[in-house]
Design a binder for this molecule. Sequence first.
Ligand SMILES: [Zn+2]
Length: 346
Amino acid sequence: MPVATQGALRHIDLSFADDLGYQVLLANTYHLMIRPGVEHFQSNGDLHSFMRWPRSVLTDSGGFQLFSLSKQIRITEEGASFRSYTDGRKMLLSPESSIATQRAIGSDIMMVLDHCIPSTSPVTDLRKALQLTTRWAKRSLEARGDSKQALFGIVQGGCNQELRSESASEITQLAFDGFALGGLAVGETRAEREDTIEFAAPLLPDDRPRYVMGIGTPIDLLEAVRRGADMFDCILPTALATQGVAFTSLGKVDLRRGIYRNVNAPLDKDCACRTCQRFTRAYLHHLVKAKESIVQQHISIHNLTFYRSLMYRMRQAILGNSFSEMYGKEADKIAAMDLEFPTVTE
Ligand SMILES: [Zn+2]
């Protein structure tokens, strides 16, 4: 899922994501409840028509913002209280107000409000957070009422296996339509993250979508799918375009590097995107250096094409029983820094 936090992708029109066949976009409850506000959606119609997106929307509950903005937010049993960053008014993000907002947004997949803390926190803190997450999950289900919108539960527990088991057994007893692993990509190493997914993904029912929230790079996705995960959201394809960074079948390309100044070849010769069909690395490097903002669009188009193709090829490989073969061929390459133009270390 490309990330459209405020109802827009960074740098490019939503129609590109539609053309690429992305089925779901992620939007954010916390930001949309602050602006334009739940009343806006209640009186003017849902987010699909507002942003002109014909396919599905998943809304993050706001739990991640409780983590990333924890200094400005007070968390109690009731929910999280904070002041709006637009006008300073006091607001409460509770399981009930989160669901009410997601119902008004009209998301196809709603997420429960969870309490996300750094994944490597002390066990006592992680246990408290997961227990609050379970109590909030029950209240979210209750608040859903008769809505036909799907609702996913979130398993917490950091990188601790005992706590992941505890959380998974509590959350999977509840009648959710899908299950997520939350609390990853918030401070742990790549190895810790992979171990946690390897341990926790099989604890989730295999007849429901398994969603790993907030990851990741192409290699993160390949490793997580290998361990049984199905769905992801990540800001990287468009966020890294801001810095001039692209992902390719031969690793990560940082277009700021001077080595590309005279490279008259596309970002990725195996890519069919508009950017690779039209532009050389030399031109993209020039635009990055010249700080021409259009280059962010060019790179975003390529990155979203690459991610979509990676997910599609993984799906085809699973269906064709050739995932291990694909993994063996691609893992080292996509995890690398540009294999065609490696950084020389002497
Ligand atoms: Zn491309």
